[in-house]
Design a protein around this ligand. Structure first.
Ligand code: TYC
Length: 113
């Protein structure tokens, strides 16, 4: 019998390996404020109603926000992802148009003041 080559009796040299740590990074989506604007014609009760049905604000908070907008000119109804913010602003203006009020809602990117 042929003797085994000497090499084969030596312990195998450790293999080199590169271990890559995998990390899933989840970026936060860009967020948008829905801002309602004051005007001279939309009735206060209508604004309060819109804030309760579109933004699910409790009556007292909706009234406070409406008065703040009335006094300061604008107010933030909430902060949402782009799709949600756009849908809510559109809901505000669709309801306003349906009732023939000029109430406006605009989107404002968070982080860009
Ligand atoms: N200024 C309006 C009024 O006196 C009320 C109002 C409040 C209108 C807030 C719009 O976003 C608004 N009837």
């Amino acid at each position: 019998m042929t003797p085994m080559p000497d090499q084969e009796h030596k312990p195998a040299a450790p293999r080199e390996e590169v271990l890559t740590k995998e990390r899933t990074k989840l970026a936060r989506p860009p967020m948008y404020r829905v801002v309602i604007l004051n005007d001279d014609y939309t009735p206060m009760e209508f604004v309060v109603w819109v804030l309760t049905v579109v933004f699910y604000k409790p009556q007292a908070e909706a009234t406070r926000l409406m008065l703040d907008v009335h006094n300061k000119g604008r107010g933030v109804c909430g902060v949402f992802t782009h799709d949600v913010a756009r849908t809510k602003a559109l809901a505000v203006e669709t309801l306003a148009k349906k009732h023939e009020h000029p109430l406006k809602a605009v989107l404002e990117a968070c982080g860009a003041d």
